[in-house]
Design a protein around this ligand. Structure first.
Ligand code: URP
Ligand code: ZN
Ligand code: ZN
Length: 472
């Protein structure tokens, strides 16, 4: 067989197996897995792990938030940064403006992404205005074109849906096979708590955590799962922060409901104490739900290990710190409620989990692959093209050096944000080379990828409307 490129002598890891073999790549696809392969070009992977490229299924790029505030990363810097951390696919968001159509949103985000992305990408839609026309005319068409998932919010004034609207969205998801992602926090609890805190003059960044305690997330998570049971449809709860929400998810799963759930690095590596750093520094850690405490971090580790949480994403929402269009949009004394929500994490997502998860023995190598690549591929309709190292699949591969010791520093990262929340974290394990469809986009500390290499991914539906025999 005439093979373009052979990755030789590495340890190939999938969600099921850890095997020593060579990987043969032609035309951007994996064409052979065997010993002793030869190709026109060869890469020596001795001592390295050969992992499926990461799939970051929750990241915000070039997303419009509010007037005067800008995300630091668009599709070029965001996907560059992702690639340097071993990620080869991002699923970002196309956010519907109220009063506008989903189609307009999708077209707008294509304009932002199509000539810019260095790696492959898809879009989840964000539904903020679920009119009958949106749900019954637009959504089915867009799902058939490969936009097979959407996110809905239970909080944020300009995004949130009420229960009746959520029910309508879930019914539309069931009818179309679309995957629903839910941001589960109780909006009324947050607004009441915020008013109480503000009336008491408690407006520093640390009160962001007080305004969104675990109960707020727990209640909304329970409600989201109950509404999904009513419609008998699968849902995915995004950015789960700790024990109380996990308890609800475990409850739903034990009931036989098809509930998936995601967590993110901020819930393993940060705590509410980070929001209490000197001066306005705490603003760097403002994200929702907020980071909790050490006991909640342990609960998240346990849920990752036991499969209650099955997807690990970054929720990269990049705002520069020292910038009037970023975290300081409302000044350096801004009320916590006026600090743009979100933190960066595309490039550090995999290395953080690898180091603190795999290298400590908390999760296995195959669990790492499942959480960061295979399961998101499955849930979001990218299989069999993405998410594994298998013949016929795209040659999206990260070569990882499990011995590499390094310290996270913003200087080493490739996003356009002026800080990383993980500054100073000492890690073991690093992606040294990233291939996107067989093309090296990151190698030995150098970015080799070019804007426009990334292709839009039409995704399939994943059978989430199969009735479980629930209450509907
Ligand atoms: O604070 C966060 N998570 N910002 C990003 C938007 C979202 O809700 O995921
Ligand atoms: Zn969210
Ligand atoms: Zn998000």
């Amino acid at each position: 067989m005439d093979i373009d490129l052979v990755v030789k002598g590495g340890t190939v890891v999938t969600a099921a197996d850890v095997t020593r073999c060579d990987v043969g790549i032609s035309g951007g696809r994996i064409v052979a897995l065997a010993d002793g392969l030869t190709g026109k070009t060869q890469v020596d992977a001795t001592g390295l792990l050969v992992l499926p490229g990461g799939i970051d299924a929750h990241c915000h790029l070039a997303q419009q938030v509010e007037p005067g505030v800008e995300m630091a990363d668009g599709f070029e810097s965001g996907t560059r940064s992702a690639a340097c951390g071993g990620t080869t696919t991002v699923i970002s968001f196309a956010a519907q403006q109220r009063g506008a159509t989903l189609r307009e949103a999708v077209e707008e985000y294509h304009r932002k992404a199509d000539d810019s992305a260095l790696i492959d990408y898809g879009f989840h839609m964000i539904i903020t205005d679920p009119t009958p026309a949106v749900l019954h005319e637009e959504l089915p068409r867009l799902v058939s074109e490969g936009y097979t998932s959407f996110k809905i919010y239970m909080t944020y004034e300009d995004l949130k849906l009420d229960d009746r609207q959520i029910i309508e969205c879930l019914a539309a998801a069931r009818a179309t096979g679309a995957r629903t992602m839910i941001h589960a926090e109780n909006s009324d609890c947050i607004s009441w708590l915020t008013e109480v805190l503000e009336a008491a003059g408690q407006t520093a960044p640390r009160y962001h955590a007080s305004s969104r305690p675990p109960l707020v997330e727990r209640e909304a998570t329970h409600r989201a799962i109950s509404l999904a049971e009513l419609i008998d449809v699968s849902v995915l709860i995004v950015h789960v922060s700790g024990a109380e929400a996990i308890e609800q998810i475990r409850w739903g799963q034990a009931r036989g409901l098809d509930i998936h759930a995601e967590t993110c690095p901020q819930y393993l590596f940060l705590t509410a104490d980070d929001l209490d750093r000197d001066g306005f520094e705490g603003a760097k850690y403002v994200c929702s739900p907020p980071p909790r405490d050490a006991a909640n971090q342990e609960a998240v580790w346990t849920a990752l290990r036991t499969g209650v949480l099955d997807v690990f994403s970054s929720d990269h929402a990049p705002f520069r710190f020292n910038d009037p269009a970023g975290k300081m949009a409302n000044g350096v004394d801004a009320d916590f409620a006026d600090i743009p929500n979100g933190i960066p994490g595309l490039e550090t997502r995999m290395a953080l989990l690898f180091s603190a998860g795999v290298m400590t023995g908390r999760i296995s190598l195959s669990q790492f692959v499942a959480l960061t690549s295979t399961t998101p591929a499955e849930i979001y309709g990218l299989r069999p093209r993405k998410g594994s190292i298998a013949i016929g699949g795209d040659a999206d591969i990260g070569l990882w050096d499990p011995e590499a010791k390094w310290t996270v520093s913003n200087d080493l990262l490739h996003h356009a944000v002026d800080y990383t929340p993980y500054e100073g974290q000492q890690l073991q394990g690093r992606c040294v080379t990233t291939f996107s469809r067989g093309v090296a986009v990151w190698d030995d500390g150098k970015v080799l990828g070019a804007p426009g290499h990334g292709q839009f991914l039409r995704r399939s539906t994943t059978g989430n409307m199969i009735p479980t025999g629930g209450t509907r």
